[in-house]
Design a protein. Structure first.
Length: 540
């Protein structure tokens, strides 16, 4: 071994003399040579062990000098309490104190006079934290307000327009020369504001004014344009915002007519085959649900026909859920959950309850079977409690209860026919559905009768309000018959059947009824039963 290696090996370990000096500094004298040698070897091993792990932290941090933090991290990984007091940038003066055979080093602190603190003025209260909203951008343009960053000067904008990659460069940050690497220049596309052209702005103004205006001819033309125009993609965000804001404002003002027109706009946009509304459902769905579930949509609920708006909005909600439901957005599930939650609230207004029922009915028979029918007994008990107190029951509440029964009769009979086996016992319906038991029993019996009539090839045509059928005709070869009957005085009606469609209308004069019946061939029997109300042209 040469002298340099011997000096290196000697300096890399603690000597027994160093251990003896350290022992004497803490009051231990007369340490034996063998004991000092063993301690020196053990301390040397542990120091090297700690420093080796500290060098690992140094390399992971990509630094060249070993820091105190590296040694502390090494001690923590070995479950050893780190040594404190060595991380300060400046020297910390310690005062020495001894007594009772103990020595103590401590930092000198300033004495505090409590009298001075008590007699001094109170500090000012801190400012309460508050939040303030501001526009980050309006139609893609950043407004010049103090909260937003200042706009770039023209020279910088000109430079970025010529070289878009210049704004991702950060000159002056890394002054240390580094190894040259191959860099790929990326052309950054500039942000542009999606502004409408003058023609599109004029079209937007005309179409919105026509949809909510008073001219029915222009309104029909506007709806037809929304249904068929294939170039509405750029205006679609603004049209959806117009609908959402219009619903929000007119619901507060109880304006029924504008709400109907706005829902017809939604219906027209859904009917446009060239538009895809999934990106705008966050604005349209709340507006549709508001028109269905809002407590009051008009100033006179007992006179104004707000139920037509709720029915139409429920149909639109059903169309949205069927068209745009995916496993990702769960649109039908989320809308159904909103309607089902309304049925469980005790203090829900009857108008909102009606909206939730028709909304669930428009979701389909599976939703009726799983969500609506199990809740009808609870809802019926609540309505029965209201109906049994005439003093509490208002005029529009009575009409709402009637509309709820009509909705259940219309939608639930066919579903109950498929899940319940005959015969239909009214007592069982009463036990299962409570207040709505008789209504559901009658609708189920009617649904079974219609199905049995279709299976036997019999066409039953019945006028609303009449207990017996007006005509029963066996289906055979296609024939045309003119049947003249006399109706009840004062309520004559006329029924016209073409193909497999039967329609009943009210004539203006009290003359004997004339009905033209087109019967089907045996290969395609089809029976349709309409009431006078259902045969009338749809308001929407």
């Amino acid at each position: 071994m040469n002298p340099n290696e011997q000096d290196s090996a000697t300096c890399s370990s603690l000597s027994p003399e160093s251990i003896k000096i350290m022992a004497e500094s803490i009051g231990i004298s007369g340490l034996q040579e063998d004991c000092a040698r063993e301690l020196a070897e053990d301390v040397t091993f542990k120091l090297k062990w700690i420093i080796q792990d500290s060098i690992k932290f140094l390399k992971h941090g990509k630094r060249r000098e070993l820091s105190i933090q590296d040694i502390d991290n090494s001690l923590k990984t070995k479950n050893i309490e780190p040594i404190y007091g060595f991380e300060a940038a400046e020297h910390i003066p310690f005062r020495f104190a001894s007594g009772g055979g103990r020595e103590l080093y401590f930092t000198e602190e300033k004495e505090i006079d409590l009298t001075e603190i008590i007699s001094g003025p109170l500090p000012k209260l801190p400012i309460n934290p508050n939040l303030r909203a501001h526009w980050l951008a309006i139609d893609g343009i950043q407004p010049a307000i103090p909260e937003n960053p200042p706009p770039l000067n023209k020279d910088t904008q000109r430079l970025e327009a010529i070289d878009p990659a210049s704004k991702i460069k950060q000159p002056g940050k890394d002054k240390v020369p580094q190894r040259k690497e191959l860099t790929e220049i990326v052309n950054v596309k500039q942000l542009t504001a999606h502004e409408l052209s003058v023609e599109q702005q004029l079209y937007y103004k005309e179409i919105t004014e026509a949809c909510v205006g008073s001219d029915e001819t222009k309104r029909q033309e506007a709806f037809q344009s929304l249904q068929t125009d294939p170039g509405l993609h750029q205006m679609l965000p603004r049209l959806c915002t117009f609908i959402a804001e219009g619903v929000r404002i007119n619901v507060v003002l109880n304006n029924l007519a504008p709400l109907i027109y706005l829902m017809r706009m939604v219906k027209a946009l859904l009917a446009n085959q060239s538009l895809y509304l999934e990106k705008y459902l966050h604005e349209l769905v709340p507006a549709i649900l508001t028109c269905i579930l809002c407590k009051q949509l008009c100033p006179r609920p007992e006179v104004d026909h707000h139920f037509a708006l709720r029915d139409f909005s429920a149909k639109v909600a059903g169309q949205v859920s069927r068209t745009y439901h995916t496993s990702t957005n769960q649109m039908q599930t989320r809308i159904t959950r909103v309607f089902a939650r309304v049925l469980t609230v005790d203090k829900t207004p009857l108008t909102t309850l009606y909206g939730a029922i028709v909304g669930l009915c428009e979701m389909g028979p599976e939703v009726i079977k799983a969500m609506l029918l199990p809740s009808l007994k609870m809802v019926g008990d609540r309505i029965e409690a209201i109906d049994s107190h005439p003093a509490v029951l208002q005029m529009h509440d009575k009409g709402t209860i009637t509309k709820i029964k009509e909705a259940l009769t219309k939608h639930c009979g066919a579903v109950l026919r498929t899940i319940r086996s005959p015969p239909d016992n009214s007592e069982e319906f009463r036990n299962d559905f409570g207040y709505f038991g008789p209504v559901l029993h009658a609708s189920t019996v009617k649904a079974r009768a219609m199905v049995s009539g279709m299976h036997t090839g019999t066409s039953i045509i019945q006028r609303s309000g009449s207990a017996t059928p007006l005509a029963i005709q066996r289906v055979g070869t296609p024939v045309q018959k003119l049947i003249t009957t006399s109706g009840r005085p004062g309520t004559p009606s006329q029924m016209i059947s073409q193909g497999n469609v039967v329609k009943i209308v009210q004539p203006t004069q009290r003359t004997p009824q004339q009905r033209i019946v087109y019967m089907q061939s045996p290969s395609t029997p089809k029976t349709t039963m309409y009431s006078a109300e259902e045969a009338m042209d749809d308001t929407f």
